[in-house]
Design a protein around this ligand. Structure first.
Ligand SMILES: O=C(O)CCC(=O)C(=O)O
Ligand SMILES: [Fe+2]
Length: 231
């Protein structure tokens, strides 16, 4: 991994809410179990890199103490081709943010994954062989006191063929209290989220019609914000 080029999309450079990793493997040649194990290792290293980006030596300071009990969930989604041809594109998965610390996404060559820029435009994430997409999720947004932004994304189906994706969600353990450490908040800055229990947030998203999986209506800022965030 140390030699793996990590390139940031310029429009996300400030928030690092999405980046691409070039890797020489293909999920087609592995069992899901092997793939999952690799994702666990990769997630740990990505979290380390993310922590480094937040502050000097923070990977040593916080990786073990805060992220050691993370759990991974792998979701394989097969999108059937849209039946209706009236629209140019059909939403296969509505706009949402992930309820994870980070998510690693493999999409096949059909494409369709899109990220929303801060300005609200949809940006195609064009599939590229051997490349995975990494999203920052809501839990990391909460834990980093909003320094990292959970990415808003969706899937649009533009072609009349099956599409396959594998999303690996790397999450805090259910009972974890998500609270940004003082160093992450930084001296002179205000804390923008109150502490919350991870499972309670997941329940909030699942029970609240607006906060449900495919809706971005309510996310971590609606659940735990101490004051209105500047958009
Ligand atoms: O199918 C994809 O490319 C993305 C899937 C996704 O965003 C998700 O499962 O949360
Ligand atoms: Fe997602």
């Amino acid at each position: 991994m140390s030699n793996t080029p990590v390139s940031f999309y310029p429009q996300f450079a400030v928030y690092s809410c999405l980046f691409c990793l070039s890797l020489s493997f293909s999920p087609h040649s592995e069992t899901l179990q092997e793939y999952g194990s690799k994702m666990v290792e990769l997630s740990k290293r990505i979290v380390e890199a993310v922590l480094m980006s937040l502050g000097d030596g923070y990977e040593r300071k916080f990786n073990e103490s805060e992220f050691n009990n993370c759990q991974g969930y792998l979701r394989l989604v097969n999108y059937s081709p849209p039946e209706c041809v009236e629209d140019e594109e059909v939403e296969g998965l509505g706009m949402h943010t992930d309820m994870s610390c980070i998510t690693i996404v493999y999409q096949d060559e059909i494409g369709g994954l899109q990220m929303r820029s801060k300005g609200g435009e949809w940006i195609d994430i064009t599939p590229c062989e051997g490349t995975l997409v990494v999203n920052i999720g809501d839990l990391m947004q909460g834990w980093s006191n909003g320094r990292l932004r959970s990415s808003e994304h969706r899937v649009v189906l533009k072609r009349f063929v099956n599409r396959l994706s594998l999303a690996f969600f790397w999450c805090f353990e259910d009972e974890k209290v998500v609270l940004a450490p003082d160093e992450i908040v930084g001296e002179g800055n205000s804390r923008i989220y109150k502490p919350f229990v991870c499972l309670e947030y997941l329940k909030f998203r699942e029970s609240n019609e607006e906060g449900k999986y495919e809706k971005v209506g309510y996310t971590v800022k609606d659940f735990a914000a101490l004051k209105l965030e500047m958009k």
